[in-house]
Design a protein around this ligand. Structure first.
Ligand code: FNR
Length: 193
């Protein structure tokens, strides 16, 4: 029997009306049977500081780490800030990666969608993020790449995807990620007996 795969979704934008958050909700609605997406919040995480860690991790760090640890995979949905990832997202990555040797990201399958109102679709953010994911030892979905531009007009008043072709691409993306999770989680389970 195939077990349910839990996906932690990390949204790089903190704002209430975030287009990336809407995209994350759209992907959650399109996820195939047996794959559950849940947003793990990052807005309350204090800035990573090794001195603070040494004195005892703050509760939001512990909450974030345990939520990611309990997931089978991680999906990043992020805007681009100044051709890179928003600071809040980088901070969440730093928090989850420590203490040294206890990263909650290690080995978990990942995928990246970058989404921007601009034409370039957050390509810079997408690939800066991938650089960190290599170091975090996360197998990252390669295809389809997801650089979503022109996102300002992408959602209707209810926050749903307005165009069928966009929805079709989101479906292809989340289906490919589901298959990627299955392949890579199974490999983990096999290698660990
Ligand atoms: C941006 N934005 C932006 N867009 C882009 O395509 N490339 C970029 O480098 C930047 N840089 C940037 C820096 C900062 C500080 C802000 C606040 C914004 C625009 C940004 O991608 C756009 O506002 C998105 O809509 C933000 O995503 P959410 O909040 O809608 O999810």
């Amino acid at each position: 029997m195939t077990q349910t795969r839990k996906v932690a979704v990390i949204v790089g934008s903190l704002r209430k009306d975030s287009l990336n958050r809407k995209a994350a909700h759209a992907l959650a609605g399109l996820a195939p049977d047996g794959v559950e997406l849940e947003i793990v919040e990052i807005g309350d995480l204090p800035l990573y500081d090794e001195d603070v860690e040494a004195g005892g991790a703050p509760a939001p760090w512990e909450r974030f780490r345990s939520q990611v640890k309990a997931s089978d995979a991680v999906l990043f949905v992020t805007p681009e800030y100044n051709r890179s990832v928003p600071g809040a997202l980088k901070n969440a990555i730093d928090v989850g990666s420590r203490p040294y040797g206890a990263s909650v990201f290690a080995g978990k399958p990942a995928a990246v969608m970058s989404l921007s109102q601009g034409a370039v679709g957050g390509f810079g953010a997408n690939h800066h993020l991938r650089q960190s994911l290599v170091f975090l030892d996360m197998p990252v979905l390669q295809q389809p790449e997801a650089y979503i531009g022109g996102a300002g007009a992408m959602f209707d008043d209810r926050g749903d995807l307005a165009a069928k072709d966009t929805e079709a691409f989101f479906q292809t993306f989340i289906d490919a990620f589901a298959a990627w999770i299955d392949r890579n989680v199974s490999r983990e389970e096999t290698s660990h007996g």
